[in-house]
Design a protein around this ligand. Structure first.
Ligand code: DAH
Length: 554
């Protein structure tokens, strides 16, 4: 999992119904003529206060004049009766949204919405989710899943204190439905609502949330534009009816200490490189009591160490005794981290085949987030993990695309409650093709709406953050971002693309133009692809690159 850091509902899984209020407008907001106008407003507000005190009810009035006729086939091409781009519309999970010039979500991505793999009891994603939930059980924790992936920009970034220039906000990294709504990039987008629920449901003190999350990213065996995350949090309230605030605080502190003591002991080997909270790199929050922060952090770390031990045990049980011995004891370590929404923050890494792997991020929740959700007198911790990474290690699944396979040879290998090692079915041949092109020095066109037609709207391919990097080594902004080709390949080849890599780049000595060459590896996990079909896919990729980004094929 790549964590959203920089120098850095609903369905309850148990039968309980969650009372998280719906905070989304049924129909998206009005068209904004300037591409970034609404986020500029948000950015300006953010600069004044990274944690605006707010009612997060983002709903806005629907202007019927701005509503296009509803069609039902994913991202709308132009409305035949009205060609204005602002009349374009898409329906996601039954809710219509007006598209605008911020839109970059594609029909192929929307086609993956609603699979709810975390809900299919015999699927490795669901088996992993249940295993994690078993370490954070009811009634102390509510276990939620969240099927609708559309959230507001506010919930995904603003309320969590993401700076206005955080690269995660850029259109090269995130799928925007329109300027106010996006496909959540992490489960933390539901923190605010889940904390609000905690504020009213006094019988629980924490929650887990599992959901599908979406990110524009590179194409390789461990990255897919949709993956799953799980998020957990736990809070402690000030004891009501205490005679004084001081007494209430003391009682809360001793409660945390008692609960810390009651946590199950683990026998894993832990190296802790994040024990002191440096004022410069990983500060505690000024309003917190240092003793209490130490206790909350210990409770957080111990809870997650317990999780790691349980997962390790489950994985061991799937091995035969000799393999168990060979795999040795579990070793984990804590390192300092940075997340906009926690401080201090940590990452947990696990030693896997001789390498330290980053597995999860966590920390003490930024107090303004709790305050904004009605938990003014609480202190708490939160964590987030990527489920695929866990599941790939646990089940020995070598390619992330397999999670999305309908092939019974994959699906029938797994059953609820059991960790079993994946047996590869035969590997089908790969076929690679190169695409080489001169990149266009002027901005290309990013909106996938009507992508085949060369557009003159001049919308930049990328916006914000590191968005305009032409390649990982490029420092000068250019009109092309590597994630753009990834998106085109994904849209055309879907899961038939195994990986896409930059294999050559050079700058013409006299013209100064830059040429890039990408190698696309096409391989089906389920059958042998014919030459003709690969050629056809590749031709489409070439045509789309030329028409959508104005690159000149070589
Ligand atoms: N939302 C983070 C990500 O996607 C993961 C995370 C880190 C969640 C720390 C948390 C947290 O709740 O406390 O990268």
């Amino acid at each position: 999992m790549q964590l959203l850091k920089t120098g850095a509902f609903l369905r309850a899984a148990r039968s309980a119904r969650l009372s998280i209020p719906s905070r989304r407008a049924p129909l998206a907001t009005s068209y904004t003529p300037s591409r970034w106008s609404s986020s500029q407003v948000a950015a300006a507000a953010h600069e004044q206060n990274p944690f605006p005190e707010q009612s997060v009810n983002a709903s806005r009035e629907v202007d019927p004049a701005k509503t296009a006729e509803l069609k039902d086939d994913g991202v709308q091409k132009s409305d035949s009766t009205n060609t204005d781009s602002h009349k374009q519309q898409t329906t996601i999970g039954g809710t219509p949204y007006i598209l605008d010039q911020t839109t970059n979500v594609t029909s192929s991505i929307l086609g993956l919405v609603g699979r709810n793999l975390y809900d299919q009891a015999d699927h490795p994603i669901c088996i992993t989710r249940k295993l994690i939930e078993s370490c954070f059980p009811h009634p102390e924790y509510n276990n939620f899943t969240m099927s609708d992936p559309v959230v507001t920009v506010k919930d995904n970034f603003d309320v969590l204190g993401f700076p206005a220039d955080h690269p995660g906000r850029s259109r090269t990294d995130t799928y925007y439905v329109n300027s106010t709504h996006l496909l959540r990039t992490h489960t933390s987008a539901h923190q605010h609502a889940a904390f609000q629920t905690l504020a009213t449901e006094k019988h629980t003190s924490g929650y887990t949330i599992c959901a599908d999350v979406y990110r524009r990213d590179s194409i390789d065996r461990s990255h897919f534009p949709v993956f799953h995350q799980m998020e957990g949090a736990r809070v402690w309230d000030l004891t009501p009816n205490a005679e004084s605030r001081y007494l209430a605080q003391t009682m809360r502190t001793s409660k945390i200490a008692r609960q810390l003591d009651a946590l199950p002991k683990t026998s894993i080997e832990v190296e802790d490189n994040a024990t002191s909270f440096s004022r410069n790199t990983n500060p505690m929050q000024s309003e917190h009591d240092p003793v209490e922060v130490q206790l909350v952090v210990s409770h957080l770390k111990r809870s997650l160490e317990y999780l790691m031990e349980q997962i390790h045990k489950a994985a061991q049980e799937s091995l035969d005794p000799s393999a168990r011995q060979a795999s040795g004891p579990l070793k984990v370590r804590w390192v300092e981290a940075y997340f906009p929404f926690t401080s201090p923050s940590f990452e947990l890494e696990v030693l896997w085949n001789g390498e330290w792997l980053e597995l999860l991020g966590c920390g003490v929740v930024q107090q303004p987030i709790l305050n904004n959700a009605g938990l003014k007198y609480s202190i708490g911790w939160a964590w987030g993990v990527g489920i695929e990474r866990f599941a790939m290690l646990l089940f020995g699944i070598p390619d992330i695309r397999l999670f999305w396979s309908d092939d019974p040879r994959f699906l029938r290998q797994f059953s609820r409650g059991k960790i079993t090692k994946f047996e590869p079915f035969s590997k089908f041949p790969a076929c690679y093709k190169d695409i080489a092109f001169w990149i266009n020095p002027s901005p290309g066109v990013a909106s996938p709406i009507g992508a085949e037609a060369p557009s003159t709207s001049g919308v930049a391919a990328a916006a914000g953050g590191n968005a305009t990097k032409a390649s990982p080594s490029e420092t000068q902004p250019a009109a092309f971002h590597e994630n753009d080709i990834m998106e085109v390949v994904r849209d055309i080849a879907g899961s038939l693309a195994e990986d896409v890599k930059l294999v050559d780049e050079f700058v013409h000595p006299t013209s100064g133009r830059k040429s890039l060459c990408y190698r696309i590896n096409y391989r089906s996990l389920e059958r042998t692809l014919t030459n003709e079909e690969v050629n056809e896919l590749h031709n489409q990729v070439e045509r789309r690159m030329a028409s959508q980004f104005g690159v000149e094929l070589r």
